[in-house]
Write a protein that binds this ligand. Sequence first.
Ligand code: GUN
Ligand code: ZN
Length: 456
Amino acid sequence: MEKHLLLGQTLAFDGNAMHDWQGAVRHDSAGGVLVQDGRIVTTGPGAALRSDHPDAAVTDYGDSLITAGFVDAHMHYSQTPMIASWGKQLIDWLNTYTFPQEMRLADADYARQVADTTLDLALAHGTTTVCSFCTIHPGSVDAWFAAAEARGMAVVGGKTCMDRNAPEGLRDTARTAYDDSKALLDRWHGRGRATYAITPRFSPTSTPDQLAALGALWAERPEVLMQTHLSEQLPEIDWVRGLFPQARDYLDTYEAFGLLGARGLYGHAIHLEPRETERLQEVAAAVVHCPTSNTFIGSGLFDMAGLAARGLRIGLATDTGGGSSFSMLRTMAAAYEIGQLRGTALHPAQLLWLATEGSARSLHMGGRIGHLGAGAAADLVVLDLASTPAIAQRAAQAGDIWDAVFPTIMMGDDRAVRDTWVAGRRVLRQGTQGISRTTTQTSAPRPDRSAAWPKP
Ligand code: GUN
Ligand code: ZN
């Protein structure tokens, strides 16, 4: 495959920005990213890469910012059609809006349509990897991975398992949860760019038998991920206490059944007991911060500073449809605002790190995705740092890169996404298209904002 050189400002990370962002970040105001065969070959000063690789096709993004594509570490693709549903907190929200919507994915055609819409929205927002809960229906898992495969995207997914406290039609059993998950995992895990996650929804909707069955499956197949929810809302935690009177805390309802481990992803993790934090740290599990969801559903304020200081692995996620946006820019903004409410101002470098490297590490894909460096997949986003009049007038006052990028983090959305690249292929807003073939310097076209996007 031909070589492609992308020119622009580049932003990359070598270390953990939550601990030392100055030491971790590499910014080049005139950088380049050389791409071939779906991967990043190298990054460096744009002019030097140009003269070293005269055979490469060049796309010049001017002063736009090229960074790793965003990684959304927790969401529910089935809930895309009901995002922004009004007025309920977690348990009522699940019963009123979520479960009726998830029921509709029994129809495999509908599931395919929602998977297509979700991934097109993700790409339009610069998100190149999505880790999603599917529904109880095995067809919803097939639809998810097939939609990602058609787009060349690395995604994570798994059949949501529930055998109690869910309506008829959305319940499986311990046996079928095990059998279906195993069959799906065998079909999809490691096929192309697909990764499977065993997915008990949360302890209130699984019996001890079902949690044990899924724990047994994870023990048989420890290479896959496991995703669930943990300590999101106080009434939920009270409910868990009543359902599992013998458990030491919420995390123990997973731990007791073999569902605590380094490849586990625990969404929300807001109201943690000290023992829970210690155990998550000891086993090197990942917690996933879902800030727009936590404010939208009224869940609480995630302790980013405290958990990062303990060295926990932390991903960042939209959690749509509980989250109120498909945009990881909007998600970073919400993480910043929650940090402020807790007395910590996250630096723009840390927010970008969380949305790329942090999320990738939480998925055990560090260095392979979410990373602007040699050997990583060429999954990239190109951000216009002056995408609206409001952002442009603020960015015009900027004294340095952080001052220039922070207005886009706080006020940006899909209009800031000038281009998204997946596995070395340029994905335009009008749909997935091949890269423009040219060996002379071209100015990349600005997206046509009049185009209808996406088509459901
Ligand atoms: N807890 C259990 N299920 C869900 C869900 O679908 N969304 C959110 N935000 N929390 C949950
Ligand atoms: Zn969730």
